[in-house]
Design a binder for this molecule. Structure first.
Ligand code: NAD
Length: 332
């Protein structure tokens, strides 16, 4: 059997928390296949370089046969060279005294540079998953400055929000997570996000029971939403560190859906152009999507109820404001 050509996987924020979970799973072959070798381009800022050296030592000691070559760099123009996949974890972290505007101000220039670098040196077919927060607007900045990369190739991770909602439903119904289908989130990866289960169902054998028949309306619009919106904060409070293992898992789930296809709707933060739900163009918005042959499509045939429409509007307003602030800050 001939060996496959190596692909190139670039990861920013590679010295961070999520990367430490994600990279080992990728190296095991779980995402790209156990016969797919790859080059691993690890990108971080200067203080992360020693951590990256230690990480590379651990990767060497794990004897991963799929790794063809590894580089560690602070330069996105080197790190994104010929990338087939780019996972953008690196972002300026929010501290207690910072407003959302401050955070957007710190992150917009990072994603401007990374967008430019992707545009110049990555493959035109590169698939980019942006994870660093505020993720929707960071991904939008990346699409703006990655002029040579189709906007459809750059998405924001909202899969963790969907996964969290399925896990909540599974505990509520005492059913396995794999039996819960077509639950997804709309909008921003923020406390305004809204989980929509009006199309969701519980699959048992060939029987499909709508979730709206199994859980009370009061719970759906109350505790369920609140718990999902606050889940990240709760994990942070308990662990003293943000969700990293579940975020890494969501990145793998998201990329698997994108690359290998889906049977059900999944949440993806994608460019809003030509969507059928009156979301203005040029926003990165979490929509229910299906994937086939390496491309995603926004679900076309859904009929959001009045509450959902209200929440879509709220998320649009929030994201339009984020976009205004980020573009304003990048004007000069
Ligand atoms: P972390 O602080 O442990 O790691 C972030 C890494 O990014 C650090 O090593 C840092 O040095 C690096 N970095 C900062 N600026 C950089 C730049 N310009 N270029 C390259 N690297 C840079 O954070 P983490 O826990 O790994 O989380 C990463 C990001 O993901 C955070 O912004 C977090 O809020 C976000 N997040 C998003 C989701 C989601 O669902 N979208 C879920 C969890 C976390």
């Amino acid at each position: 059997m001939t060996q496959k050509e190596p692909i190139t996987v670039a990861i920013t924020g590679a010295a961070g928390n999520i990367a430490y979970s994600l990279i080992f799973r990728i190296c095991s072959g779980e995402l790209f296949g156990t016969d797919q070798p790859f080059n691993l381009n690890l990108i971080d800022i200067e203080p992360g370089m020693s951590i990256l050296e230690g990480l590379v030592m651990e990767l060497q000691d794990s004897n991963f046969h799929l790794i063809n070559k590894t580089i560690c760099t602070t330069d996105p123009f080197e790190g994104f060279r010929d990338a087939d996949y780019a996972i953008l974890l690196g972002a300026y972290p929010r501290n207690k005294n910072q407003t959302r505007k401050d955070l957007l101000g710190k992150n917009a220039p990072i994603f401007k540079i990374q967008g430019k670098a992707l545009s110049l040196v990555a493959k035109r077919t590169v698939k980019v998953v942006v994870v660093g927060n505020p993720v929707n607007t960071n991904a939008l900045m990346t699409t703006k400055f990655a002029e040579n990369i189709p906007k459809e190739n750059i998405i924001a991770l909202t899969r963790l929000d969907m996964n969290r909602s399925i896990s909540q439903l599974s505990r509520k119904l005492n059913k396995n997570v794999s039996n819960i289908k077509n639950v997804f989130t709309w909008g921003n990866h923020s406390a305004s996000q809204f989980v929509d289960l009006s199309n969701g169902y519980l699959l048992e054998g060939s029987k499909k029971t709508p979730l709206t028949q199994l859980v009370e309306e009061e719970w759906i619009y109350g505790k369920f939403q609140k718990t999902n919106q606050m889940r990240g904060k709760e994990v942070l409070l308990k662990r003293g560190r943000s969700s990293a293992g579940s975020a890494a898992n969501a990145i793998i789930d998201c990329l698997k859906s994108w690359i290998y296809g889906t049977e059900n709707y999944v949440s993806m933060g994608v460019i809003s152009d030509n969507n059928p739900y009156n979301v203005p163009e040029n926003l990165i918005f979490s929509f229910p999507c299906t994937c086939k042959n390496g491309t995603w499509q926004i679900a076309k045939d859904l009929k959001p109820n009045d509450f959902c429409k209200k929440m879509i509007k709220k998320n649009v307003e929030e994201l339009v404001e984020e976009r205004r602030i980020a573009f304003e800050l990048l004007k000069d």
